[in-house]
Ligand binder design. Structure first.
Ligand code: GLY
Length: 342
């Protein structure tokens, strides 16, 4: 087992090890001796909820649970308020804990409910997808969606503990695993030439525990320097400006991971001296590096992003592998930049 310590506004450990799902009870009992409320979803609950609940009960904890429908639609105001009411019905207190058992949607929804109920109760993140293990479960971003856009309501709420069991990836549909690989490749392109080389040499058969732990360490370093996302943390958005535009233009037929992979490839071709290597590793992971959308279509979708402000847009530029930078460009230049990378 590997342990990564995060010293942000709250200090916590991210543990990565096979079999952790069956050992959740002992780990959670170190956080609370009261009750725990487990939030999961319709894909994950049938696979792991019983095992986790059993382990928690064995550790002497009082356990309640709920399963929300799998998918982004659960990150809504309605499901959020439902969770708050369920917490209240169980008289959850700040000495208790919420457990998020699932992928990014469950982590964001349960994390935001935990962030706001009683002005904050501890949350234990137990990510079961690769994307959630290497990205969304670490760093404290929680959110729900509004009809006007994704993640428009949220809070920074660092978890009390994160438990990653790589065995959970064996039940992950191949498509979802590859989506998570896009975030792994992103992390390597941004921060770590040696990790990139490991991915290039091993492809999707990379060493799960080592790679997840390394991605968590690299994200941890950024989060600890810029927890509240006012500067350096924006580097984690490599490929996401164009990626979000592709998701929107395709009406979400192109998944987040695939859209981000195309976004990384476009930024690489537009700006990086290592573009050929980056594109070749994306392809080795079965990820796409091209799109049929035009530069104008993508720029238009990117610029209508509700979170953009002013006349400039910040791009993450992978100049060399391991050497990223943030570049502000006038919005009028975006179509030409994307065109250079298509
Ligand atoms: N997923 C990007 C971040 O945590 O900042």
């Amino acid at each position: 087992m590997k342990t990564v310590r995060v010293d942000a506004s709250r200090s916590y450990e991210v543990k990565i090890g096979r079999g952790l799902l069956a050992a959740v009870g002992g780990e959670a009992a170190a956080i609370t001796s009261g009750q725990v409320f487990v939030v999961s979803d319709g894909n994950v609950a049938p696979l792991y909820l019983a095992r986790v609940v059993e382990s928690l009960r064995q550790a002497g904890l009082t356990v309640s649970s709920v399963s929300v429908p799998a998918g982004e639609t659960s990150k809504s105001v309605e499901y959020y308020v439902n969770l708050l009411n369920l917490f209240a019905a169980k008289h959850l207190t700040r000495s208790d804990a919420v457990i998020a058992l699932g992928g990014g949607v469950v982590g964001d929804l349960a994390g935001f409910a935990a962030a706001t109920y009683l002005r904050g109760v501890p949350v234990i993140q137990i990510p079961t997808t690769l994307l959630a293990m290497v990205d969304s479960s670490v760093g404290g971003k929680t959110a729900i969606d509004l009809p006007a856009g994704k993640n428009l309501v949220g809070a920074f709420h660092q978890p009390a503990l994160v438990l990653c069991d790589p065995d959970a990836l064996s039940t992950l549909p191949d498509e979802h695993f590859r989506d998570g690989c896009a975030e792994v490749v992103k992390t390597a392109v941004l921060f770590d030439r040696a990790l990139f080389d490991h991915l290039r040499d091993n492809g999707p058969d990379f060493d799960r525990e080592t790679v997840i732990a390394r991605c968590v360490e690299l994200k941890r370093d950024v989060v600890c320097r810029d927890e509240f996302d006012t500067g350096e943390r924006q580097l984690l958005n490599l490929g996401h400006t164009v990626g979000h535009a592709i998701e929107t233009r395709s009406h979400f037929a192109v998944s987040h991971g695939r859209a981000v992979a195309i976004g990384i490839a476009i930024m690489a071709r537009a700006f990086s001296r290592d573009a050929a290597e980056i594109v070749s590793v994306l392809r080795a992971f079965g990820l796409p590096a091209e799109t049929d959308f035009s530069a104008e279509e993508l720029a238009q979708a990117a610029l209508s992003d509700k979170k953009r402000s002013g006349d400039t847009i910040t791009l993450v530029v992978p100049e060399r592998i391991g050497e990223p930078l943030l570049k502000n460009i006038p919005v009028g230049e975006l179509p030409a930049v994307i065109k250079a990378g298509l």
